[in-house]
Structure formats: C-alpha cells, structure tokens
Design a protein around this ligand. Sequence first.
Ligand code: ATP
Ligand code: MG
Length: 251
Amino acid sequence: MAATVITIANHKGGVGKTTSTASIASALALRGKRVLTIDLDAQQNLSFTLTLNEDPESSIYDALVKDAPLPIVRIRENLDLVPASLELARAEIDLSTKIAREGLLKTLLEDHIDNYDFVIIDCPPSLGIITTNALVASSQLFIPLTAEALPLKGLTMLDDVVNEVKRRVNPNLSLGGVFFTRFNNRKLNKEVVEAINNRYGDKVFKTKIRENITLAEMPLTGQTIFEYDSRSNGAKDYAALADEIIKRFNP
Ligand SMILES: Nc1ncnc2c1ncn2[C@@H]1O[C@H](COP(=O)(O)OP(=O)(O)OP(=O)(O)O)[C@@H](O)[C@H]1O
Ligand SMILES: [Mg+2]
C-alpha cells in the first residue's frame, strides 16, 4: 500500500511545524511505521534537528531544480530523511521557469511511495512554489497552530491556497488534521481553542502539544524528543498525537 503523504504547513512562522515534523515522524518510526520525512525549508531546521548536519552531499534542491534523484538518507530505524540545503532559498526563482513546476515533488516521490507507511513534509513559513509542491504531492494537510492570538485571518489564506491546489492540480488533497502546539492553560488559549474547534470540528486532534522547554532544547542535541527525554511532556504529547494519527490514517 502506498504511504499516507502528510504536509505540515502554516505560513505563520514559529508555530511548531519543524518540531512537530521531527517528533511525529520519530514517534511513528518507534511504533514500527516506515517513515520518510522531507525537509523543504532552506532554514534546514528539520535536517539539523535530526542529524546535526547542515552540509548534505545532495539535497532536495538538487532533486527539484537539477533533476537529481531524490536523496534519501537512512537516519534511524524505520526513519529516512531527504535533507534540505541553503540553496533551497533560491528555488522559488530557479523553478519559476520550469515546466510543470508544481508537480516536481510528486513525481520524485512516485518511485518511493510504496516503501513507506508515512511521508511527512516540513514546509517553510510561506505559501510559494515550495509549499505548493508539498501540497500537490500530499493527500493530507496538517496545520499546527499556537493558541496565543486569534489566527483565523491568516488561516483563510491557507484555506484559499489549499482550495486552489485541490481545484487545479490535486483533487485528492484533504485537510487531515489541525493541532495546537506550545499550549498552556491561559484563558486566551481556551478562547482560541473554542474558535478553532468551531471552525474545524472533528479535524482538530484531541492531543494538544504543551509548552515544554525540553522540546525547545531538543534541536541542538541531534536527538529526537524520545531519545533526549522520553519522560518529558513533549515526548508524551507527541506520542499521543502519533497514536491519534495512526488511528486516523493507518490503523
Ligand atoms: N511545545 C513547545 N514548547 C516549547 N518550545 C517549542 C515547542 N514547540 C516548538 N518550540 C520551539 O519554538 C520555536 C519554533 O518552533 P519550530 O521551529 O518547530 O516552528 P516552525 O513553525 O517550524 O518555525 P519556522 O516557521 O521558522 O519554520 C523553536 O525554537 C522550537 O524549539
Ligand atoms: Mg520550521
């Protein structure tokens, strides 16, 4: 069976896209699922978090722009990574003249999709051609949100992009899940949760990722949250979220 391909996107920066990609991917791998994770951000945060390496031999940039094969690196048991490189910062320009530029990632994935249960894609905080490539290659979009200030206005823009991708290039794309990150029990948080629940209903995962210093420390260690501190709230929350994801998509 082909993998469930999940894009984790939100053009708002710093909402926990990369932390969630790394932690969900490693949680699923620990549960025996075969996982490929793809770093589509020139900041290379996902690649660095999982490997401490910012200078890969070949990166997603070479595959997207120079037609190189998808550079898949085995980084843990059941867990593979396609790393990003700094050059990805210019991919929007390099791809602007390329034919069928929105479907490049989907085509690159075709030969590999049967080797995995999940493919999880980390996006940059923007809605350009790179994020569009992720959405075209995916069947599910996950939106991580912080509950600090009402994010609804920004979400309308993301909804518009998703609807346009659905209408023009990928009718198979669904909003697969919405979840809260950096959560604490302030009053404002609760009000935002209520507004998001009203908007997205059963798409909202029950698990909320709590604000947890261990998650903020993790990226510098090169360890997953489960290796760094398996008893932390961060590890517990992402394990619970991964269980919900398995139930929803790969029971
Ligand atoms: N639950 C959490 N508790 C505490 N800190 C967190 C939590 N989740 C993420 N962080 C920290 O918040 C910052 C932003 O998280 P992250 O890099 O995952 O967001 P992002 O959406 O990928 O950002 P960008 O838009 O820049 O790619 C990081 O320093 C990260 O370590
Ligand atoms: Mg990020």
